[in-house]
Design a protein around this ligand. Sequence first.
Ligand code: ATP
Ligand code: MG
Length: 270
Amino acid sequence: MPAVNSPHLIKPGSRFDIRATKTHGDNYHPSRKEAEEQFEELREELIQWQYKLYAEQKQKLLVVLQAMDAGGKDGTIRKVFTGVNPQGVEVTSFKVPSKEELSHDFLWRIHKAAPATGMIGVFNRSHYEDVLVVRVENIVPESVWRPRYETINHFEKLLADAGTRIVKFYLHISRDEQKERFQERLDNPGKHWKFSMDDLRKREQWDDYMDAYEDALNNCSTNHALWYVIPADSKWYRNYAITKILVETLRDMNPDYPESEDDLSGVVIE
Ligand code: ATP
Ligand code: MG
């Protein structure tokens, strides 16, 4: 599968160092104003591609979003997919697994949510939680989570073989940026619902999470399901970079309107 070239791609087999990777987009785009304009153009193009993907009914696109709390998953979904036909996009948010979900293997609930033909599926959190929070919180022992990297690679290969293009984004924010966003949520009563004390506990485990993310991304950026690390401290750059990669992916998938099954050449409407 041809990789969409991007400075944020983790090349399979290469070694990504999370602490050496910038969280600021300013390093990658010289002008905020230009990036915002380009984002609007790319977003329009995304809408056109999604229309064709849905009409064609042959391929599907899975977009995985992972980030620390306040990393911008919700905002990304809101901004990037504004204007796309809701009928062709399905967003699934993965929360703490229910009792029923826990009584199955960890991919059971994920597989059910994978996009159908013609659809764009967006995962707000994903099966990667099972090697992130589950590892950091010691929910299962290492002997259980460690083999999951390989299981995930096999699972994603299965989806790819069934015609799914998979693009995975880790929204990379700094610990300082997270502090600012939490503070904003605390200061604004309209954002209190987005804040939980659990977020602070997880913030204390920042280093453990960085280790877990680094391993997950290094082990699971494969030719059939690549990881991109998006500098996400500035939202304008995050939106631009993600939309650019999605549009370039769709250009490569190149969905097209299908021919009608009927011969329409002589049709006259009375
Ligand atoms: P927001 O950014 O708005 O807070 P969120 O994605 O954090 O949204 P929450 O309901 O706050 O949504 O949290 C969902 C929680 O579920 C997260 O803390 C996440 O780590 C946890 N979670 C998701 N999948 C699993 C899993 N497989 N095992 C354990 N916990 C999980
Ligand atoms: Mg949360």
